[in-house]
Design a protein around this ligand. Structure first.
Ligand code: ADP
Ligand code: MG
Ligand code: MG
Length: 479
């Protein structure tokens, strides 16, 4: 009864509940045909597994959640089964991870490129402007980051029309869910070990995912490079997560010593890992900006540095996609063509041709401000309206945005589980590939693909974002 992968590829047999194998070429497992009792059983096991293994998130409905550690948790929103994903694209996404890591590092060293690329954005977007101010201060004082730690996540969708793997964006700050990414892969592997026979699926086809330990290992190695055994790793979080440091606390308790050492509450800090600081909401007052500057001025390893942070902006993504720009940063022609292959159409709003096209066919574009964390993009008729508004308002304002080709991934029927309840929905998926990079001056210590995260959302939702409430955590099933 064991189905080999080859077998699966050829005929995708399916057995569920007490019904016998049903054969269909596509989709690989047709959830239409799952009987209810079987689905209930899977959901039950998935929820038990999640609780036992810490595949949980804070429950906003519970008042003490986020204030008292260990109190008020619920299972993470999940896809019940892994999403089929072609192996060739999986390999492609893994292969470019170290090249993107290298690219971020090279771009981060070119202060002028960052400042020039964002110079118009600076005028239109106060948040980016404040980040750039910190960046210019560092350039003026000739501040060098010898030890550079990048924990990135490059996101992709498989465009159904062109059959290509296209990059959605590169995250260089607060790349989320490397902790839960590993767990959701393990959940799916575990379910397939129990029910693989009935499903006609092989748990080995869910790729191993060491995202958590690889990121932790990179942080630990950065700490080693810093070489002060008494110094700690500080995780900077948003408020409501009480057992770590917020930016406001860093401002209150933080100092930079003569020798550049950052101390917080008298404790030396080797590595600062930002789980906050990527959104204007993270800077409700000048204190937070002061703290960000203080950290940047210190010798602590920052993940990310201000330069890495800015390199991850959508504006830089768009600049890098222009002809000839990658060539400024990378030497290998082969690497360049591998990256370029996953670039979607990206434009600034000072191109009248593209504006005209986007006003005519807004459904083929996404309009993006310089923001992170989901829920900020503009789609459909709103693209047209906003472009028309910006045309009236004149030049300056439009530099806050970029335009991107809209990617249309394949829609498939999936079971999504949230708050203990499962829904069968038409869904689309976005694959995130983690990348860790650590270097000390000329010595590259780590440059690797570091696990993955699939996020799946109902196809009618424009935005992704698990924390933002649009998507669920998922893994992949190679086919
Ligand atoms: P953020 O930094 O806020 O996560 P993204 O660029 O990732 O910004 O956009 C948020 C979500 O919007 C993505 O997860 C994806 O679901 C959707 N999205 C972004 N760009 C595109 C695109 N070009 N085509 C289709 N969907 C997109
Ligand atoms: Mg992002
Ligand atoms: Mg994103």
């Amino acid at each position: 009864r064991f189905q080999t992968p080859t077998n699966l590829r050829n005929q995708a047999p399916l057995r569920c509940g007490r019904s016998l194998a049903m054969e269909s070429q596509k989709p690989m497992f047709d959830v239409e045909k799952f009987d209810d009792e079987f689905v209930q059983k899977l959901v039950y096991d998935a929820l038990v597994w999640s609780s036992l293994h810490g595949l949980v998130v804070g429950d906003r409905a519970y008042q003490k959640s986020g204030k008292v550690p260990g109190v008020g948790m619920t299972h993470a929103p999940i896809a019940l089964l892994p999403t089929p994903f072609p192996e060739t694209y999986w390999k492609q996404a893994c292969e470019v991870a170290p090249i993107f890591n290298e690219l971020v590092d090279r771009v981060s060293l070119d202060g002028k490129f960052i400042q020039d690329s964002l110079s118009r954005t600076k005028k239109a977007d106060i948040f980016t402007s404040r980040l750039l101010d910190i960046h210019s201060k560092m350039l003026e004082s000739n501040k060098k980051e010898d030890i550079r730690l990048g924990l990135h996540r490059s996101d992709y969708m498989l465009d159904e029309e062109t059959k290509s793997l296209l990059q959605i964006e590169m995250n260089t700050i607060s790349s989320s869910f490397s902790g839960l990414g590993r767990l959701v892969s393990e959940l799916h592997q575990s379910l397939l070990r129990s029910y693989g026979d009935q499903l006609g699926l092989d748990s080995e086809r869910v790729p191993k995912n060491a995202s958590t330990s690889q990121f932790a290992d990179a942080m630990a190695k950065a700490w080693l490079e810093y070489n002060n055994p008494r110094a700690v790793i500080m995780v900077v979080v948003q408020p409501e997560e009480r057992n770590m440091k917020t930016l406001a606390e860093v401002e209150k308790e933080g100092r930079v010593q003569e020798d550049g050492t950052l101390t917080v509450g008298g404790q030396a800090v080797a590595v600062v890992y930002f789980r906050s600081g990527y959104s204007p909401n993270d800077y409700p007052s000048e204190s937070e900006w002061n703290a960000r500057l203080l950290i940047e001025e210190s010798s602590a390893v920052k993940c990310p540095s201000i330069a890495y942070h800015l390199t991850g902006t959508k504006k830089i993504q768009q600049e890098l996609a222009k002809p000839g720009v990658l060539e400024r940063f990378l030497d290998s022609k082969e690497d360049i063509s591998k990256l370029r292959k996953c670039f979607a159409g990206l434009w600034s709003l000072d191109d009248p041709e593209i504006i005209k096209k986007a006003i005519e066919k807004p459904e083929l574009f996404v309009m993006k401000p310089q923001r992170e964390g989901g829920g900020n993009n503009i789609y459909g008729d709103d693209v047209r309206e906003n472009l028309l508004r910006l045309q009236k308002e004149g030049e300056e304002e439009n530099a806050a945005y970029i335009l991107m080709q809209r990617i249309f991934p394949k829609v498939s029927e999936m079971f999504l589980v949230r708050d203990g309840v499962h829904h069968k929905d038409q869904s689309i998926s976005e694959l995130g590939i983690y990348g860790a990079y650590l270097r000390n001056k000329e010595r590259v210590i780590i440059n690797e693909q570091s696990g993955y995260l699939m996020r799946t959302k109902v196809s009618s939702s424009n935005e992704g974002g698990v924390a933002a409430g649009f998507a669920v955590l998922d893994s992949i099933y190679l086919n």
